[in-house]
Write a protein that binds this ligand. Structure first.
Ligand code: URA
Ligand code: SF4
Length: 207
């Protein structure tokens, strides 16, 4: 089976994890992507935001949520009363998965498979063990399935507080939609306000 497990160092800090992840070959996604996009933020962060996978901009720059979805997310966080600079931001899958309609054409995002999410899980588990966030904000269906299993339905649980055991640790989670889904929505303003309202549920858990 594909797995990042043999690449994850024992007992290192976030910097050691990031260095090791840059050489991960735990699944085939490392082949076509530019680089590993590891999580970013402080080890003392109280909130961990988990997205799907890096997008085109993230793949080029090597940092999570620096493209259009990230800009929207930062704005929504600030509006909900969560300082984006004080959150740890990461993804369920650390390499960009894409197709091209034609060679040399624009790269089109592809959803990661369950096998790829499972393969990459040890990195997320290691980040959770080090950061020990008070709150995990689950951004969309892929992050939800990676953390809570394949029966996760974002429409059913968004904006609610879940208490679940994740990788052997009790965690508190608030799921919401993915910021990219807000960018694609017909009613973009309504979708954005929905995202902010869900994030406010999370913000209220942080006194
Ligand atoms: N979408 C994600 O899920 N993660 C990113 O880092 C960027 C876009
Ligand atoms: Fe490793 Fe995850 Fe990249 Fe696959 S997607 S190669 S498991 S870091």
């Amino acid at each position: 089976a594909f797995t990042a497990e043999p690449f994850v160092p024992e007992g290192g800090d976030l910097e050691a994890l990031r260095r090791a992840a840059s050489g991960c070959r735990g699944c085939p996604l490392h082949r076509d992507a530019t680089q590993t996009v590891f999580g970013a933020g402080d080890v003392d962060a109280r909130v961990m935001l988990v997205g799907e996978q890096p997008g085109d901009q993230e793949d080029r720059q090597g940092k999570p949520f620096v493209g259009p979805a990230g800009k929207l997310l930062d704005r929504a966080l600030a509006e909900a009363g969560i300082d984006p600079g004080e959150a740890y931001v990461t993804n369920a899958v650390k390499h960009f998965k894409f197709t091209r309609a034609e060679p040399r054409k624009r790269r089109i995002h592809k959803a990661p498979s369950l096998r790829e999410m499972t393969a990459c899980g040890p990195w997320l588990a290691a980040e959770l063990a080090l950061v020990e966030p008070e709150l995990i904000v689950v951004l969309g269906a892929t992050a939800g399935k990676a953390l809570l299993g394949s029966s996760f339905r974002v429409t059913r649980v968004r904006g609610t507080v879940l208490e679940e055991e994740i990788h052997g640790r009790p965690e508190r989670l608030v799921p919401t939609v993915h910021p990219s889904a807000v960018l694609r929505a017909d009613d973009r303003e309504g979708a954005y306000q929905g995202l902010v309202a869900d994030l406010e549920v999370g913000a209220r858990l942080l006194p």
